[in-house]
Design a protein around this ligand. Structure first.
Ligand SMILES: [Zn+2]
Length: 83
């Protein structure tokens, strides 16, 4: 699952089995970096199809339910400057 990060969003909004939002923390995530590889091949394929296999690609991942979020353009630029 790849979701769009909403403005000012800081926690995960995926709804769980009981309809409650997950509220997990979102961590910066580099799916194709050498020191961190996405272990789920389906998810990896989805990311590759959408973004290409870019070792500098930065997404966010929920620490609780593992949902992946696209960064808005301005946040992506900011993160890439600080790497
Ligand atoms: Zn979550």
């Amino acid at each position: 699952m790849i979701k769009d990060l909403l403005p000012r969003q800081v926690v995960c909004t995926v709804k769980g089995a009981k309809g409650k939002p997950c509220h997990g923390g979102l961590k910066r995530y580099h799916p194709f970096a050498t020191y961190y590889n996405e272990p789920d091949p389906d998810l990896k394929n989805k990311i590759r199809n959408e973004f290409g296999e870019d070792p500098k690609l930065i997404l966010l991942k929920c620490e609780t339910c593992k949902a992946v979020y696209r960064l808005p353009e301005e946040l992506r630029a900011k993160f890439q400057q600080s790497v």
